[in-house]
Design a protein around this ligand. Sequence first.
Ligand code: SF4
Ligand code: SF4
Ligand code: SF4
Length: 585
Amino acid sequence: MDTLNIKINGRDYTVPTGLTVLEACRYAGVEIPTLCYLKDINEIGACRLCLTEVKGARGMVAACVYPVDRDGMEIVTNSTKIQEARKTNLKLLLSNHDKKCLSCVRSGRCELQKLCNDYGVDTVDAYKGAMNQYEIDDSAPHMIRDNNKCILCRRCVAVCEKNQSVAVLGANERGFNTHIGCAFDQDLWEVPCVACGQCTAVCPTGALYERDETDKVWAALEDPTKHVVVNPAPSIRATLGECFGMPIGTNVKGKLVAALHRLGFDGVYDTDVGADLTILEEANEFIERVQNGGKLPIITSCSPGWIKFCEHNFPDFLDNLSTCKSPQQMFGAVVKTWYAEKNGLDPKDIVVVSIMPCTAKKFERSRDGQSAAGVPDVDVALTTRELARMIERAGIDFVNLADEEFDAPLGITTGAAAIFGATGGVMEAALRTAVETLTGKELESVDFKEVRGTQGIKEATYNVAGLEVKAAVASGLANARELLNRIRRGEANYHIVEIMACPGGCVNGGGQPIQPANVRNFTDLKAIRAKALYEEDANLPLRKSHDSPVIKVLYDEYFGKPGSHKAHEVLHTHYQPRETYGKDR
Ligand code: SF4
Ligand code: SF4
Ligand code: SF4
């Protein structure tokens, strides 16, 4: 490794070449504040919080874009002059900001608020003058946009365009009137936003946030006429602990269940049952398409952000999509049909609450074709962040809860379902079932490690009963776009493709706990959170969806077999082309 010898704050360090001042300081263990910087996708030097002094440079430089390019470079990160400049810049940001911290969803977890505290900003109206006033955009089912709290850092613009290739957010107008919005200032739900929520996860302030639906859950829990069941998605156990200060990647499954019991749900079940069911149906659909000349590649349908993206941008692939509902929707459909019948409940009196990694689940539950019993399969989809808020408000000491088990029967699940939360997990789970079904033999190893890992696009080929099965996995919609364009152009062909809207899959979903950029930029959140799920899989006694006793009961008692008429009525859905503007980018 080529290195450079530099001085930071008077101390000698040896750092690799090719770094910026920000990266070199981080490498040396010296933190520099940032607001706009997002590694690799938003390195624009706009917020001026990372100002530093470099000997020989004219004035102060923005550390996030200034290269460390010579031996002997001398950097100062923390002089009183620098501190004063950062403080002034914070006051300037506040001069056009509503400063309503007391009623702000991000208070206590706001990067702007924290820096104002850190830098001793002692007045919020140092620069009084005209202020912009914006209408709140609450047009979308999944999130709210409040430009009155926006600091124009453009992180949202960068993730939407560069990670997701959706590009519905941008800076409108110029100068003092500059504001973040959609083209021609349309509302968010008038443009092809796919509801992924990735923008809400990177916004440093309360300008973008999930639509809070916790009031609906509190009301249902208090209503004696309602039977309220809850189901957390596989990834929630690997992330919820972060909301309570626990280390990233801590599996809090037992505490999660205990907290849900304390909140008073009538049934605390596991979306993993829906995931196991999805695998039975999807593997069957895959095998049928292979054996009967159906549309290939079959593409997974668990990720509602991906589905909406496909409907807007790749309508020619809609017939490739698996018709399986997502695990959230399959779970809800089973509760409103089989479970309702078994327990003598009217589906209208059941409230299904999902805890999801994803804001797009709020949109998915209201789609057509998601009402197996004539009422919505799922009534409320909360994000991980909303659940954390409920736990806090209920006064539950989450960190010190003793572990509890999910309720029977819809809480007994497999390792195959646990890994749904990581990119490649659905593919691996489907292969475990499809291979055993096609070969009629038990797998020697259930680990399909080639499809694991956080790369944006992964490929693998498996010989299954004489057929070379070509598989591809993409996460993040920019990667999905690239993969689908390759298939469109005839440069690649596959039998089975898994696509997740969020980079790294659900563990990095738009509804997951927000980590500030100084953590996000230098920590592989996706990999650490996914590790917790793969460990859970490895330690579970059942690791294949078709071995689940609950799944066996569901088919014996209700569905007959995968792909049956009943299964199609309850567990499958349909898609629709949606308008979009512009040509495929
Ligand atoms: S965005 Fe931050 S600084 Fe602004 S009102 Fe909310 S908590 Fe306060
Ligand atoms: S929710 Fe996703 S698609 Fe919509 S604006 Fe945010 S990042 Fe873009
Ligand atoms: S909405 Fe949030 S992420 Fe987007 S520019 Fe404003 S402050 Fe930054």
